[in-house]
Write a protein that binds this ligand. Structure first.
Ligand code: GDP
Ligand code: MG
Length: 437
């Protein structure tokens, strides 16, 4: 599926220190392929990946975040943008508010009408009325009646009438007389877009002046869903899209393309035949779902917020010149602590959370280290080489630790400094190390 494909694309970036022309080009190609395979239209996929590429190349890679994670964040944010950015609520103003449901036959209109009525009743505290506007199949009226019974919402029907426009008008009058403040009009669909169906829905629209026209589309129909959406929108200028059957083995492409083709928000997602299987559409959540990355996005954001890129560059310079000292060490600890509770942070990385459960790290982990460093004089912090035996004894006493602990920290610091120096020296320095071994 799409998220596996993206996963693989990101793996290409793993271990790379920088987002470069080359690794972005490769990754972007794979992302585009994954999107096309998920039924996103070529034009949408191309625009999308072009944007991602532009953003990725302009980014400074933060030291605390891997390029793959950075790309994930960029792709995530682009997905959210592509799907409209923010969640858009339905408009149920008016007395009564009229919601017109349109779409092809089998797309899930009648099922959704029931779910929406239930949603409006329980979540919005309104008194909905369902209207059976599909007059061509007796079974359709029956289907809506059964759903209405399940959710205890009355269903307005006119047995024998073949005029959905009249039915809708009469239903509104009925609603006014009986205290229903939201009227949901289910309509008939055809297997494919045709003039008679469009004309009929258009006539109903003119007659009842809906505050909300929702276009229902089966997300399993892939690219066709996008074309159908366009035809319905050209004719009805609908207000929002309902994606159904997202519970199946659905390719997420429709959700990605529809918004950019018709420029109308997706408002609901239907995932199941039961009446409570309805979700308000949140672009953020959909992007998370498509990427399937746990909370990695939050993790990257946290790191980004806290990490001062300027400071990172300075540190890099110091390491290169072998000037990394205890003051830098202390500010590094500060940075890590600013990022929040270590356990929370670890929990955001898929897989790592479980591993860390038995290991006790918390914010106190640095307490001893900080105490020791703070007991050093400015000279000692800047120039650890001067810390001899008597200084070690004084530092241990001042920080309430032992000489062994001070020794351990000094050794750790020296090791860290060597490693940093080696890493910043690049392959040549590494080679030199290997030779010496
Ligand atoms: P309509 O012709 O547009 O009114 O479509 P229906 O509401 O009658 O739905 C067509 C079929 O799809 C029915 O068998 C529904 O039970 C099924 N269906 C509708 N919505 C969903 C959904 O979100 N998930 C699944 N799995 N099935 C759905
Ligand atoms: Mg129906």
């Amino acid at each position: 599926n799409l998220s596996d494909r993206l996963d693989r694309a990101f793996k290409l970036l793993k271990g790379e220190g920088k987002i470069t022309d080359i690794n972005v080009a490769e990754t972007v190609k794979d992302i585009r392929k994954a999107l096309l395979d998920a039924d996103v239209s070529y034009k949408v996929a191309k625009n999308f990946t072009d944007d991602v590429k532009k953003k990725a190349l302009g980014q400074d890679v933060l030291n605390s975040v891997k390029p793959g994670q950075m790309m994930t964040k960029i792709v995530h944010d682009e997905l959210v943008q592509l799907m409209g950015g923010e969640m858009v609520d339905i408009d149920i103003k008016g007395s009564p508010a009229v919601i017109l449901i349109a779409g092809l036959q089998g797309s899930g209109k009648t099922t959704f009408s029931g779910k929406l009525a239930s949603f409006i009743k329980s979540k919005k505290g309104r008194q909905p009325l369902l209207v059976a506007g599909d007059v061509y199949r007796p079974a359709a009226i029956q289907q809506l009646k059964i759903l209405g019974e399940q959710i205890s919402v009355p269903v307005y029907t006119e047995e024998g009438s073949k005029n959905p426009v009249e039915i809708a008008k009469n239903a509104i009058k009925f609603a006014k007389d009986n205290g229903h403040n939201v009227v949901i009009v289910d309509t008939a669909g055809r297997l494919a877009v045709d003039e008679a169906m469009m004309q009929e829905v258009e006539n109903i629209k003119k007659a009842v002046n809906p505050s909300e026209i929702l276009f229902v589309v089966d997300s399993m129909t892939g690219q066709d869903a996008v074309n159908t959406a366009k035809e319905f929108n050209d004719r009805l200028n609908f207000d929002g899209v309902v994606l159904t059957k997202l519970d199946g083995d659905t390719r997420g492409g429709a959700a990605l393309s529809i918004r950019s083709v018709v420029d109308k928000p997706i408002k609901f997602v239907s995932a199941g035949e039961k009446m409570d299987a309805l979700q308000v559409f949140h672009p953020e959540r959909m992007a998370d779902r498509i990427l399937g990355m746990g909370d990695i996005v939050t993790l990257v954001e946290k790191a980004q917020e806290q990490y001062d890129a300027e400071q990172a560059r300075n540190l890099q310079k110091k390491i290169a010149k072998d000037q990394f000292n205890f003051n830098d060490f202390l500010s590094q600890i500060g940075q890590i602590k600013k990022m929040g509770n270590l356990k929370d942070l670890a929990g955001m990385i898929p897989g790592l959370g479980k591993m860390m459960k038995n290991i006790d790290i918390d914010d106190n982990a640095f307490k001893g280290i900080e105490a020791i460093i703070k007991s050093m004089t400015p000279l000692e912090r800047e120039n650890p080489a001067v810390i001899n035996g008597s200084r070690r004894k004084r530092i241990a006493e001042g920080s309430g630790t032992t000489i062994q602990e001070v020794n351990r920290l000094l050794k750790q610091f020296e090791d860290t400094r060597k490693m940093m120096k080696m890493m910043s020296g690049g392959p040549r320095a590494m080679g030199g190390m290997m030779k010496g071994m």
